[in-house]
Every structure is written in structure tokens, then in C-alpha cells.
Design a protein. Structure first.
Length: 394
């Protein structure tokens, strides 16, 4: 069986909303449907009935995104009912996992045309109540927030594995000697690059506004922040720590989607592809050091693609925390930091968990198309200790 080339024809995303912000009134299944519909509308030559599958990443799935949000998106977007949908969960890597899942199906001939993406509404993540072990309990019952992080943790898990995500970032900072000022400078650069990219119109061909919502750009970008302002923020996880709300990604809402095809599917779209899928890799690491998960994943993916760090035109690394990103960069000394997140990263743009990986993959595809040629990587760290990477080329 021959392996088919897989092309990314288009990629879209919503502006990313802040927690409790402009998109908080929009259900996650509606966010997902919005980007699916926008993607199809932008390719009028494509008969939607030819879409073989829709794959979406979703990290929560405990609220309005339950019952297979990918299939809900298909139906709400008005696609033919013959188009199926499947939802995957690799926590923060879910959106990129969806892209890899769809690309693999196309490469193997199981699909010719597929949509992959991700969605998350952290604003609308519900509280959940654990079912009691026996009927009619007399005592109080605890509600668990599903917005972020551990809940209903298995007591058999070692305590060092189940630390808060921010404490995990502090551990990476300890490991690599990354101080507060270095983290704040990284965060400031993220905001400045994102603001400049929006001002230059670099996101105009990628971002599709949600009708009826006044959100012209990513909601968490802070044009006027400074090192002085960031320095005033208190540590969030240790009294004497270095990780703050200013040098970590915020809580967010948003969705992203990509159109993936083989050669036959490409002819059906009548479009020139943005990029081609080259390789991917997933790895595991100690859960408390999740922030360093991308280190080996990126190295493996590049090796599969027969590429090196010196070949990279662009590199979208999810900025879960400045400490985590800087820790990864410290372990890739041959990588030119100038190619990393050239249009800003998640600290400024936002990190809607299930959508972020799809946003990164779409960003790399658009940047390669703008460059005309080159190789790019999208990579994320993943809570509970994993790393995921995708190599694209044009």
C-alpha cells in the first residue's frame, strides 16, 4: 500500500476570547460549527458531501461539548448528514492530534478529504458532581470545576505527578535556572509580536470573526504592557516563585479548523495548498515535567522528516508558560529563536485548550504559504506529561 501525500488547503480560526469575555456567550459546539462552515464556504468548488470525515480535538467534553462535538459541528454547520465526525482528546494537544489523525487517514487512503480542528470554551466549562458511592448520602457533596487541571484525582497517583500546572512550570524554571525577569521578557515579546502581526494584517486571511460578537482580534493581547507592569504581578503558585498570570497563558475560548486532502481531493477543491504534511511524533515524560514534553517530540518528528532545526522557516511552540517555553528552547540550542512564534504566542493570543494545536498547525501552514517555501513545526506540551509535534513543508 502506497502512502499518499497530504496537503493542507486552508486553515481558519476564530479570534481567541478571554475567560468570561466576548465569546463566553457562545456554546463550544457553535464555535466548532462556525469554523467548519467558514472553511467550507471558503472553498466553493468543493462539494461538502465529498468530505470523508471531520475530526475535532476537545480537552474537556464535560459540558455543551459532550456527545461528540465534531459530529455536532457537522450538523450545526449545515453539512450533509452523511458527513461523519469524531472527537479526540489529548488534552492541550487535542487540536493537533485531530490534524495528525486526519492526515493519517488521508495518507493511508481511508479518506480523500477531511476537516480537522479543535474547540474549547473554558468560560462555559461546567462544574461536575461526582456520583455518590451509595444512595442518599447524608453529607455535603463537592462540585469540581472542569475549567482546567486535575479533578477527582485517583489517590493511587504519586503526589509529585499531580502538582498544579503552574507548579510544573516552576519545576522547569528550577531545572534550567530561568528567572522571573527572563520569563517576563519572553511574555512581553509575545504581546508585542502579536499586536504587530494584527496591526500589519497578518491574521486577516486566517481569522474568521463570529457573527454577532464584537471581537475584532484576539482579546488577551496587551499592547501597552511593559516589564514594569509585569514585574508588579505576584507569583501565582509559590510565595517566592517566578510564574505569574503575566508570564503564563490565560484561560480562553475559541476554535480552529483545517482542510486536509490528497491529490484527488486537491483537484476537487480547485485550490493551491498552503503546505504539505511531512511527519509527526508524540512522546511521554514525567507528568510534573510536562512542560518539557515537546523537546523529544520535536526531535523525533524532525528526524522522521529528515530535517534539522537549521532547516526551519517557522516554529509555532505553544506558550503554556514562559518558563516552559524557555525550558524547551534551552534544550534546542541549535534552534534560531527568531523563527519561534513570529506572530506572537499563546501568552498573548490565548490557549483555548482543545483548539490550540489546530491553531498552531494552521499558523504554520499560513506562514509557509506567505514565505513561498520552507519547513515549519507546530508543537505543544501536554498536561500529565506528553509532547506532540507536527512538521509541515512547502
Amino acid at each position: 500500500m502506497s502512502i499518499r501525500d497530504v496537503y493542507i488547503v486552508d486553515a481558519v480560526r476564530t479570534p481567541i476570547g478571554k475567560f468570561g469575555g466576548a465569546l463566553s456567550s457562545v456554546r463550544p459546539d457553535d464555535l466548532a460549527a462556525h469554523v467548519v462552515k467558514a472553511l467550507v464556504d471558503r472553498t466553493p468548488e468543493l462539494d461538502p458531501a465529498r468530505i470523508d470525515d471531520v475530526v475535532f480535538g476537545d480537552a474537556n467534553g464535560a459540558g455543551e461539548d459532550n456527545r461528540d462535538v465534531a459530529r455536532m459541528a457537522v450538523l450545526l454547520a449545515g453539512l450533509p448528514v452523511s458527513v461523519p465526525g469524531v472527537t479526540v482528546n489529548r488534552l492541550c494537544g487535542s487540536g493537533l492530534e485531530a490534524v495528525i489523525h486526519a492526515a493519517r487517514a488521508v495518507a493511508l487512503g481511508d479518506a480523500s478529504i477531511a476537516i480537522a480542528g479543535g474547540v474549547e470554551s473554558m468560560s462555559r466549562a461546567p462544574w461536575v458532581l461526582q456520583k455518590p458511592e451509595r444512595a442518599f448520602p447524608a453529607g455535603h457533596q463537592q462540585l469540581h470545576s472542569t475549567t482546567l487541571g486535575w479533578r477527582m484525582t485517583n489517590p493511587r497517583m504519586p503526589a509529585e505527578w499531580t502538582v498544579q500546572l503552574g507548579e510544573g512550570a516552576e519545576l522547569v524554571a528550577d531545572k534550567h535556572g530561568i528567572g522571573r525577569e527572563q520569563q517576563d521578557a519572553f511574555a512581553l515579546a509575545s504581546h508585542r509580536k502579536a499586536a504587530e502581526a494584527w496591526a500589519k494584517g497578518l491574521y486577516d486571511g486566517e481569522v474568521v470573526a463570529y457573527e454577532g460578537v464584537d471581537l475584532p482580534r484576539d482579546e488577551c493581547i496587551r499592547d501597552t504592557t511593559s516589564m514594569e507592569a509585569l514585574a508588579k504581578l505576584k507569583p501565582s503558585f509559590r510565595p517566592d516563585g517566578t510564574v505569574t498570570a503575566g508570564n503564563a497563558s490565560p484561560l480562553n475560548d475559541g476554535a480552529a479548523a483545517l482542510l486536509l486532502v490528497d491529490e484527488e481531493g486537491l483537484r476537487a477543491t480547485g485550490r493551491e495548498p498552503l503546505a504539505r504534511v511531512r511527519a509527526s511524533a508524540v512522546t511521554g515524560i514525567e507528568p510534573q515535567l510536562f512542560g518539557l514534553g515537546p523537546v523529544e517530540a520535536v526531535q523525533r518528528a524532525l528526524a522522521k522528516a529528515d530535517r534539522s532545526f537549521g532547516d526551519l522557516t517557522t516554529f509555532e511552540l505553544n506558550e503554556a508558560f514562559a518558563a516552559q517555553s524557555l525550558g524547551c528552547l534551552a534544550e534546542w540550542p541549535e534552534l534560531n529563536p527568531a523563527v519561534v512564534n513570529p506572530r506572537g504566542g499563546a501568552i498573548a493570543i490565548g490557549h483555548p485548550l482543545g483548539a490550540s494545536g489546530a491553531r498552531l498547525a494552521g499558523a504554520v501552514a499560513h506562514q509557509l504559504a506567505a514565505a513561498g517555501s520552507g519547513t515549519g513545526v507546530a508543537a505543544l506540551c501536554i498536561g500529565v506529561g506528553q509532547g506532540l509535534a507536527l512538521v509541515l513543508e512547502r
